[in-house]
Design a protein around this ligand. Sequence first.
Ligand code: RB5
Length: 147
Amino acid sequence: MLYLGADHGGYELKKSIIAYLEEKGVEYVDCGTNSPDSVDYALIAKKTCDEIVKSDENMGILCCGTGIGISMAANKVNGIRAACCSDYFSAKYTRLHNNANVLCMGGRVVGPGLAVELVDVFLNTGFEGGRHQRRIDQLTDIENSQK
Ligand code: RB5
C-alpha cells in the first residue's frame, strides 16, 4: 500500500498528488493532514511511517514546506529510507540504488506538475540490488546498533 502524509506546508501538494493517483487508479491511504491549519511535520511523519514499516511492500510520499523536515523525521523511524527529491534523476536513482521507500517533496519547492513526474518514476522504478544491497544492509546495521 502507498501511504501519504503532509503538514500544512505540503498540504496543497498532497492534494495534487492525490488527484494524480486517483486519475491513475493507484490505491493509497491518506494519513493527513487534511486542512491548511498548522501541524507539526514530525508527528505526521511518525504516523505515516509507523504504517509503512508494517510491510516491505509499503511505500510512502511525504510533503512539508521544503520536504526536508519531514524527511528528517521519517528517517528516524527504523526501516524507513526516505529521500527528499526535487529532480527526476534523484527520484529515480534513490529507488535504483537506495531502495528508498519514502519520497519526500517540498510544497514550497516543487510545483504539482514536477511532483507527479517524481511520484511516477519513484513508484515505477525497482531496486537494482547487487552491490547496493550490501549498502542497504549497512544502513540497517547502523539502525540496529542504535537500539
Ligand atoms: C512549516 O512552516 C515548515 O517549516 C515545514 O513545512 C517544513 O518546511 C520543515 O522542514
